[in-house]
Design a protein around this ligand. Structure first.
Ligand code: DOR
Length: 430
């Protein structure tokens, strides 16, 4: 058993939606055990928590729904996900937030939402952040785009500080990035594809660090992709500024060499970078500069992706592959507990989903220690399971994973949501 308090060998007894006992050789318990989930050779941990999933509802249900995205999450070992607000309409007011939260009730993973920072994510007027915060929304982002106007970002941070919420920035200077679809480097030149320089991300990371210093408010950096960004965040944290960061599995597993075949499945934003960036992102995760692995699960329909590279929408699936990709990338230098911290309790803290945090109505705590009295949101990870990702495994409505057909090591064997086994032996139960 692995959680924020350490690692030990134990059985876990669950009754109703709660953990009721943790210890060796627990046996049947008073009423007798009704069901045993085999965790031999596995790690039992708090359910994984994703800070960054595009569930596409409302508006793009042909690509994903809250229900199908939640099923992909559960199969990936997640018990909670944060749905991004770049829906149609966007989650920039309480009515849309309430709708998405309602869609999440009854799903096989709990769904909370991030609110937009600006109305319609247009970067001009602030969204009604207080109204959203009153619903329990803890993260705000215009993800898909960065807030370009520094004065507006400053105001948003001042409000966020008062509300006790966190602004999550998609760091991309729109002018520097304009027209680009891949990393600007040797591959973009060779293939004749317009590039996005690393500086397009780094100037906004640097600006927002300065704004965190100015306002004292919290900034969370989404999907960091460059060595320069990691270095900036490391220095800011050493200074004691209230900044956190996440990285997506594709940014620490793949380089821009993948685009050689012009396959649009490799188009993501920020783009896949160079080997030195991949190494720096891994180093950032290993040394605590980057606190969370977040999927940036971005479903797109086959029709939308079967177009020339520069016309395809950016994004790839992530919920069902993040756990093995993280174990593969970091397993040689981090303990299983350290890897699971990046996937569960550290993102839970950033999302405000721990016990004691103010969560949206109906959401239970995630990421906390597995102890008597805790809500049984659990994942059983088989770190040695070797499997091949097939189309038939995908719960998502979309298919845009570059890992299809690839052999992966590490898998969620069981996922338990509020005491209910929703995934058993890597199969969804409903
Ligand atoms: O690759 C991406 N896809 N990056 C983003 O910022 C947005 C996302 C999407 O919504 O598809």
């Amino acid at each position: 058993m692995v959680d924020a308090t350490g690692t030990r060998r134990a059985d876990v007894l669950v009754e109703g939606d709660r953990v009721v006992a943790v210890g060796e050789d627990l046996g049947a318990g008073p009423g007798g055990v009704r069901r045993v989930l085999d965790a031999g050779g596995c790690l039992v941990c708090p359910g994984l928590v994703d800070l960054h999933a595009h569930l596409r509802q409302p508006g793009r249900e042909e690509a994903e729904t809250v229900e199908t995205g939640a099923r992909a999450a559960a199969l990936g070992g997640y018990t909670a996900v944060v749905a991004m607000p770049n829906t149609e309409p966007p989650i920039d007011d309480a009515a849309v937030a309430r709708e998405v939260l309602a869609l999440g009730r009854g799903a096989v993973a709990e769904v909370t939402v991030a609110g937009a920072i600006t109305r319609a994510r247009a970067g001009e007027l602030l969204a009604p952040m207080a109204e959203l915060a009153a619903l329990g929304v803890r993260l705000f982002t215009d993800d898909g785009a960065g807030v370009q106007d520094g004065a507006l970002m400053r105001r948003a941070l001042e409000y966020a500080g008062g509300l006790g919420v966190t602004l999550a920035q998609h760091c991309e200077d729109a002018v520097l990035a304009a027209g680009g679809c891949v990393h600007e480097g040797a591959w973009s030149s060779r293939l004749g594809l317009p590039g996005i320089p690393a500086a397009a991300e780094e100037v906004m990371v640097a600006r927002d660090i300065a704004l965190a210093r100015l306002t004292g408010s919290r900034v969370h950096f989404l999907h960091l992709s460059t060595a320069g960004s990691v270095a900036l965040v490391r220095a800011a944290r050493e200074e004691g500024l209230p900044v956190t960061a996440e990285a997506a599995p594709h940014h620490f597993s793949l380089t821009d060499a993948e685009i050689a075949g012009y396959d649009p499945v490799f188009r993501v934003n920020p783009p896949l970078r160079q080997a030195g960036d991949v190494a720096a992102v891994r180093q950032g995760l290993a040394d605590g500069t980057v606190q969370a692995v977040a999927t940036d699960h971005a479903p797109h329909t086959p029709e939308s992706k079967e177009v020339p590279f520069d016309q395809a929408p950016p994004g790839m699936l992530g919920l069902q592959t993040a756990l093995p990709l993280t174990l593969e990338a970091l397993g040689d230098r981090l303990s299983p507990a350290e890897v699971l911290a990046l996937l569960s309790w550290q993102p839970a803290a950033i999302a405000g989903l721990l016990e004691g945090d103010r969560r949206p109505e109906g959401l239970s705590p995630h990421g906390g220690p597995v102890a008597p009295g805790a809500t049984a949101n659990l994942c059983v990870v088989d770190p040695a399971a070797t499997w091949r990702l097939e189309v038939g495994h995908l719960a998502s409505r979309s298919r845009n994973s570059p890992y299809l057909g690839r052999s992966l090591t590490g898998r969620a064997r069981h996922t338990v949501l509020r005491g209910e086994p929703v995934v058993v032996d890597a199969e969804a139960q409903r």
